[in-house]
Design a protein around this ligand. Sequence first.
Ligand SMILES: *Cc1c(COP(=O)(O)O)cnc(C)c1O
Length: 432
Amino acid sequence: MTAPLDFFQYRNGVLSVDGVSLATVAKRFGTPAYVYSAEGFLSPLRALQSGLEPAPHLICFAVKACSNIAILKLLARAGAGVDLVSGGELFRAEKAGIPGDRIVFSGVGKTPEEMRDALSYRRTGIHSFNVESVAELQLLDSVARAVGRRARVALRFNPDVDPKTHPYISTGLKKNKFGITRREVREVIRNLHGLRGIDLRGISIHIGSQLTSLSPLADSFARTRALMDEIEPLLPAPLDFIDLGGGLGITYRNEKPPRVADYAKLVLRHFGPRSGLPRSLQIVIEPGRIISGNAGVLLTEVLFRKAREKKDFIVVDAAMNDLMRPSLYGSYHEIAPVDLRTARGRKMKTDVVGPVCETGDCFASDRNLPTRLDSGDLVALLSAGAYGFSMASNYNSRPRACEIMIQGGRIQVIRARETFEDLVRGEKGGTD
Ligand SMILES: *Cc1c(COP(=O)(O)O)cnc(C)c1O
């Protein structure tokens, strides 16, 4: 275990953030709990900022990766914007005070209401809409004209490259539902004069998530650059930004994802000040996982140990409703005992499971874990900061966990644990 422990470290034998022990956090706020390191978010953000420094740029954190308002505020104070995929996320952005010119709106299925809200966000509207189909462009045009505005748009180009990641998080292939083809882009440009509500300003791409090599990104950048050169003479006005999406991978286990500096160099080579494109071209990126993934852990307590002939089971108080990635994608999360004393001695093959009535409610199978781990001990599921809490549900009527942020040694509850009353709010016979 190396990279996932960048921001969470053993101090006096106890897993800690900024000197705050996770045992203390569990005692004060209970488990399961999402615990975040503020520095864990800021450090990759700064690395991206300094890598893209030579070009005008905007780093829009993908809100769906980790949506808490306090986290959006933290990132916004450090200069980031946000990438949204729903009206609910726009609402969060507004609560977090994100300036409109730092908001991009992605997603294949925007509704007219969402378009209207984004067009009138804080009166000036948002930076841009990433438009994913010709039908969406036509709808956005009519909504914009109805509210008396022009929508700043980037066409989401599907570069048809295989990102070689999990099929559920691969989005840049022709067979995926995302984006529009090169032919459609040309056709849209030819018909732009009929779309007075549309102000075409950019091209966007996003080919997939958890990319552990730069080569699919390099391919998609090259194809995007070729497209830009091809459409340049057809455009009524030059493009003023390029949105390169997100997708950079992190280390969950032993992956060796590209370094941020190398990613930034690749971006600059294709689109930066010395790429032959106008120096004023703004580079937008939409990183999610790389910013929040290793900034958070899911802290959970062992309820029981169950011995079986071939292996043991450890039942913890967190479940698939709290962290869905293992059951959804079969993904790996490192399991770190909070107190190193429980990590000593003999180890054996163990499955770590939650209490939910589904066989899929399993965080880890056949892990070599200490036999000493038992009822009352704490473990942390590492690298849970992206697509963790934001994917949590109330399945099995389990209240969602609390979210705790630690910054400069200070503990802050950024989301209270849900109560049973929260579970039935809005239900007939519940509380309203
Ligand atoms: C999910 C998503 C992102 C963020 O992806 P990561 O892999 O978390 O960086 C960025 N852009 C779009 C359009 C997305 O759907």
